[in-house]
Design a protein around this ligand. Sequence first.
Ligand code: ADP
Length: 403
Amino acid sequence: MNIFVLNSGSSSIKYQLFRWPAERPVCSGLVERVGSAQATITHQVFDLQAPANPPAETKLTLPLADHEAGLHEVVRLLTAAPGGIIADPADIAIVGHRVVHGGETYAAATRITPAVKAEIKRLFALAPLHNPANYVGIEVAERVFAQARQVAVFDTAFHQTLPERAFRYALPTALYTEQRIRKYGFHGTSHQYVAAQAAAYLQKPDARLITIHLGNGCSMAAVRDGQSLDTSMGFSPLAGLVMGTRSGDIDPSVLLYLLGPLGYTAEQVNTLLNKESGMLGLTGSNDMRDIGAALAAGDARAALAYDLYAYRIRQYIGAYTAVLNGLDAIVFTAGVGENDALVRSRVCENMEFFGLNLDEDKNQQRLPGLRELNRPESRVKILVIPTAEELEIARQCADLLSR
Ligand code: ADP
């Protein structure tokens, strides 16, 4: 059974194709600058018989008017001989869509119907940067893969188990009951995937875990019995940790000060907090590789930024250890979490009270797959688990449709 996983952004399309139940994708790709005359497609086909072999890669630069043109081009690559992966779009049984916001309506993967589409559209107001692009992806896939069953997997769904004390803000009640202003949380698919991998590795289904997703966006979750009990992103993905370009937690009065005495418009504040803050605002770069190099060269701004980034994560580890009333493991994942040894080292420094004892040699080794980085005597395991959101989406699609 072919499952096509689609992550449609405002000007990009990411995809992976799984020949289920094989958990390694057959191919994956990225379409960028959709809507321009210089769009690009990077399409990789993996050798499942010999996974160590590098993938066969095709790179194209071409005009792509819209997402529909982009997806047609992807289908052309999927069906092209030699090495055609499918003979026809009808060979795709399921399209699994990553949808950022499912509000309070969706706590699990959901078969897409006209009513589900209407709900995703209603949620545009809550996720103006993401849901409209996800919606376009659904409409295009319904035309291109007309025979397939379409499934939505929501980034918010995993956090629907948060208790009310964790998801409510101390605002007038009507703002929740009438306007649905609350914590939703994001990156749910990633937290759910790495938490399940960690629990399986520890052979402890009721493990108390703190999952730390550090990519461009960053968030943490407190997970027990496979359920999310709290998470650091909130009403939007702006809350919580210091991120590549987002501020994370700040006193809301800063916004009022910007909007009032400093004369910013709402749009400028939005841009400032989402696109110009975080590591970019602190250092001038949002890529940890550049910031790490600047730090090594003695740059004081990079040193402060690393400090602040790690300090915020440590604060949340403290908070979530309290939420969980104990801790079996912390899990680092995503681009920074999987690759940046210095971030991991800073996070685990002076955390003996919390039972974290990092083995710095293991931390420095660059190995693929799940890794345990703690010393044998560490009370709490320190794990690196590569995230696989597309695989998790494929799994949830297969589970939903086998029921
Ligand atoms: P996204 O949130 O867009 O899915 P990723 O999980 O791919 O992001 O993470 C992207 C970030 O990971 C980059 O901005 C970069 O800072 C960081 N990153 C990637 N590779 C490395 C590396 N080798 N060392 C340190 N940081 C890295």
